[in-house]
Write a protein that binds this ligand. Structure first.
Ligand SMILES: *Cc1c(COP(=O)(O)O)cnc(C)c1O
Length: 402
């Protein structure tokens, strides 16, 4: 079975893991060093290491002084768990539809969702493709409200040569194992607002700096990854991802990850891992971008890859294309052929539907047709050819539209 994603395993990571308890004393220094390097790399005034992307978002929302009842414009197609997360703060989310080719919201769709009670805009650069962040930033400025940039997928992407994360009033990055900068958990909050930075630093000062939660999480991810690479993965994927079980498995998996996203301080181990990833980030993006182009160029009929470079220079997050045929049938055939694809909520969620809004046809289309194809760091040409061969085996020319 060719898995959807793989995490690169490295001896250097294991060394960091083993040394972590002994390097506890320099954790605060290592975190501060990583924060400075991050601020410089992304051209932002403040970069603050936090427990997760979500933690950053919560601190931003509270630091900006958003209150229960405030209305916030939110992307119609993004990570669904952010909806209850923000609703738990009493915010009223208004979905802005996405362009069905880029999967990103636009200035027009934000204006359509607009009303005078809107107090903030949250924009995401979906799957590493920059949204029209310059246009959105102008819009937010002209209305006198903050713009929050979700860069969870887009660390390293640029618009007009400027790094994403430097446009918004504040931005969030995720350092989860499946994101561009993997520290096996953790997140970054960046901002030019002194109020947000001060608020976040105050909140973080009360948290204990401990190494064990990050060590435990990394150990679990390594074991998971060894499982994905073992011969048992094939039968397991066929069982878990068949029919109705897939959705339930996805929910359970996300919940189990949530339990390991406790609001602790960023650890020294995470800072040292993230620092190394930051230095290697551009090179990683180049490798993955080349793979992305190869896969996009050779796809069988019926697939329309995401348009990623309409506004700026994208980075890799996942390879996603819309498929015009029956995606459930495609997935079943793929599993039978030893190819692990993601569909539906395994890609991203229709947040408009989650919010009970029926006026976002772009998000509905993308949600219904999105297929995530295997593409990951360390994938060889041979593996890529295998993906393509298996794919054309299950999608005969001309049948896709059926
Ligand atoms: C992963 C993700 C986040 C949150 O990051 P965590 O570190 O998992 O909390 C936010 N937005 C998007 C679009 C994401 O995919």
């Amino acid at each position: 079975m060719i898995p959807r994603r793989r995490i690169p395993l490295a001896i250097a990571d294991l060394r960091e893991w083993i040394l972590a308890p002994w390097l506890r004393g320099r954790a605060a220094d290592d975190v501060a060093r990583f924060e400075s390097a991050f601020a410089e790399r992304f051209g932002v005034k403040h970069a603050i290491a936090v427990a997760s992307g979500r933690d950053a978002l919560g601190l931003i929302v509270d630091g900006l002084g958003l209150r229960p009842g405030d209305e916030v414009i939110f992307p119609a197609y993004t990570l669904g768990e952010l909806v209850p997360f923000l609703q738990a703060r009493g915010l009223k989310l208004l979905a802005a539809d996405v362009d069905p080719t880029t999967y990103n919201m636009t200035v027009d769709s934000v204006l359509k969702a607009w009303n005078p009670n809107v107090r903030a805009i949250i924009a995401v650069h979906l799957l590493g493709a920059p949204c029209d962040i310059a246009g959105l930033s102008q819009l937010a400025e002209s209305r006198g409200i903050p713009l929050i940039e979700d860069c969870a997928h887009a660390a390293g992407a640029t618009v007009g040569g400027r790094p994403l994360g430097s446009f918004g009033t504040a931005a969030l990055f995720s350092l989860e194992s499946n994101k561009a900068l993997c520290a096996f958990g953790g997140g970054m909050l960046t901002t030019r607002s002194e109020a947000v930075a001060t608020y976040a630093r105050q909140q973080l000062a009360t948290r204990a700096r401990v190494e064990w939660p990050a060590m435990k999480k990394m150990a679990i991810k390594y074991l998971e990854e060894l499982g994905v690479r073992s011969p048992l993965y094939g039968p397991l994927a066929r069982f878990l991802f068949a029919g109705g079980r897939a959705g339930r498995f996805e929910q359970a998996y996300r919940r189990s990850n949530d339990r390991r996203r406790a609001p602790v301080a960023f650890s020294g181990l995470q800072a040292r891992l993230a620092m190394r990833r930051l230095q290697a980030m551009d090179e990683r993006h180049r490798r993955l971008d080349a793979l992305w182009q190869q896969l996009a160029a050779a796809l069988p009929d019926g697939f329309l890859p995401q348009q990623r470079n309409v506004v700026g220079v994208p980075v890799f997050y996942n390879f996603v294309a819309r498929f015009s045929g029956d995606i459930r049938l495609l997935r079943q055939r793929a599993l039978d052929a030893g190819l692990d694809l993601g569909i539906g909520s395994e890609v991203m969620d229709d947040c408009a539907a989650l919010l009970g809004q029926a006026d976002c046809p772009g998000a509905a289309t993308v949600y219904r047709q999105a297929v995530l194809l295997p593409l990951y760091d360390g994938m060889t040409r041979r593996q890529l050819s295998k993906v393509l061969a298996r794919l054309s085996g299950i999608v005969p020319p001309g049948l896709a539209g059926g």
